[in-house]
Write a protein that binds this ligand. Structure first.
Ligand code: ARG
Ligand code: ZN
Length: 512
């Protein structure tokens, strides 16, 4: 389901050897000036990475996944996970072999029915050699059976799988799939998912999307839970939550199914968790008015257990929240943040992890917009507060939100300076252009991938302004930016505040 990419991204999929290793069928041949000289290539190995500048070995070249069917069996008492993932994909080149990203022990791999040879390579690569040649455009059915104890499967001492007292969470970014399903593990290759897990009776399993059928009893006092996602999903946005959960089903204002889930371990944190997550459908409805139509088929949220994760993640259709967000009472802001990611991050995904500001800067700014709309402080007040909170000599100002570095993709600068950058953009272009840009952006790249440079270009197109200085200063230059004077701002564009009543009204008209 990889979308046609920009020339810039296509360029980074060219390996050092000069072989084009990824892209939609026809992409390489369609590139002007190169196609006709290239003879029909001999089958070659798929690249072990997609050339991401921060994580070059994440994802793989040579094929494009359409669907993952992840069929598992899990036992909380031992953390043992066994199962089969069936990958429906298409070759994007003549392939002699290809890689999957995966860490658990593999028992067998079949490709289009034929047993395939496989070997572990690098830190997280599973190299697969099919017994028959694979030609470009060919449909592939890759069946991988495996087993392991994910909490004990360590890479540099680390596991992205969180075992808890009552189950487990497969929730992480940017690495999550390696511990529970073999994948082309990069946001460039989105796919749909069927995820089903057999667990002992009495244990709940929650994942993305909708339940195509209720949890069904299986022999041995077990139950199998099934979840289905029918919209393109990046691999890090698929998740599993296994344990003791209360599930609460509802219908959203737009008619979609809502399933919220609450760990039964939350104790005194439970009321604040419910008071926050139960506002999900309301928040999605508000966000739809600001960012454009909600891109997915279901809604919800999951309050994770007390001994689970210390962060929240915008897992598609159903974000997962760590318990820390409820310690000071209800927190609609984290719900706004994770729901904003459904547009910024999940539907419009990074083309490279370096583009993380497109996710975190915009999701954090969504919190400021919600605050403004709720009368809890304007975005300008939040900007002033945040700008003042980081002294000029703070290391915070040394991290570039537009290129933070692989080990700082979740640095405060990406979030807070990132949101400050969005606010400066809003001031520069004025509210009319700003509130036109957001839905235009999510529409243009819906279910695709995008770069910071493309966002910059879209903002210039919609506003008619040269924004090079603004983007360079706020995203790509170390040091605390000076604030534009009121006069400089007036020279750029008249600031016409758009009232929230008007934004809401426009949304209601669109919904009718
Ligand atoms: N995208 C998440 C958020 O901002 C952040 C995830 C951080 N991941 C982590 N392992 N700490 O909502
Ligand atoms: Zn975020």
């Amino acid at each position: 389901m990889r979308r046609v990419l920009t020339a810039a991204i296509a360029a980074l999929t060219v390996t050092t050897a000069g072989t084009v290793v990824t892209g939609t069928p026809g992409q390489a041949a369609d590139r002007p000036g190169r196609s006709r000289q290239i003879p029909v290539a001999a089958p070659a190995p798929g690249s072990p990475g997609l050339g991401d500048s921060y994580f070059p070995t994440y994802g793989n070249g040579g094929y494009d996944v359409d669907h993952y069917d992840v069929r598992l069996r899990y036992d909380p008492a031992s953390d043992r996970l066994t199962g089969t993932t069936t990958i429906l994909a298409r070759a994007t080149q003549d392939l002699s072999r290809f890689n999957l990203d995966f860490l658990l022990d593999v028992e067998s791999v079949r490709v289009n029915g034929w047993a395939a040879r496989f070997a572990r390579e690098g830190s997280h690569e599973l190299a697969v050699t099919a017994p028959r040649g694979i030609t470009r455009g060919q449909a592939l059915t890759i069946v991988v059976t495996y087993a392991g104890v994910p909490s004990e499967t360590l890479l540099d001492g680390y596991t992205g799988w969180t075992r808890t007292a009552d189950g487990a969470l497969a929730v992480n970014e940017p690495e999550s799939a390696w511990w529970w399903f073999p994948a082309n593990d990069h946001p460039l290759d989105k796919a749909t998912f069927d995820i089903s897990v057999s667990v002992p009776a009495g244990v709940e399993v929650v994942s993305n999307g909708v339940q195509p059928r209720p949890a069904l009893a299986e022999p041995g006092n077990r139950v199998r839970w099934s979840w289905r996602t029918t919209t393109p999903t990046a691999t890090y946005l698929a998740f599993l939550a296994i344990g003791q959960y209360d599930l609460v089903a509802d219908t959203a204002p737009n008619g979609q199914p809502v399933v919220n889930a609450y760990s039964t371990t939350l104790g005194e944190l439970a009321p604040a968790a419910r008071a926050s997550i139960e506002r999900t459908a309301e928040i999605v409805d508000w966000a739809s008015g600001v960012f454009g139509p909600y891109p997915f088929e279901a809604q919800g949220g999951l309050a994770g257990p007390v001994d689970g994760i210390g962060f929240a993640l915008e897992t598609q259709t159903r974000p997962v929240y760590g318990p820390g967000f409820w310690r000071r009472g209800s927190n609609p802001y984290v719900v706004v943040h994770e729901q904003a990611h459904q547009w910024f991050g999940n539907s419009v995904s990074v083309a490279q992890w370096r583009d993380i500001w497109l996710n975190e800067g915009l999701a954090t700014y969504a919190e400021w917009l919600w605050s403004e709309e709720q009368g809890e402080g304007t975005a300008q007040e939040l900007f002033d507060f945040t700008y003042a909170a980081y002294p000029e000599n703070s290391g915070f100002w040394q991290v570039l939100p537009g290129d933070p570095g692989a080990d700082r993709i979740f640095h405060d600068a990406v979030y807070d300076r990132g949101a400050m950058a969005v606010h400066q953009l809003r001031l520069a272009v004025g509210d009319e252009a700003f509130f036109a840009l957001l839905p235009a952006w999510t529409a243009a790249h819906r279910h695709g991938n995008a770069t910071v440079a493309q966002f910059h270009a879209s903002a210039e197109r919609i506003s008619g302004l040269d924004l090079d200085d603004l983007f360079t200063t706020w995203l790509f230059t170390a040091g605390r930016p000076a604030l534009p004077t009121a006069a400089a701002r007036a020279a750029l564009a008249p600031h016409q505040p758009k009232s929230w009543a008007k934004i809401r009204e426009a949304h209601q008209v669109r919904q009718r």
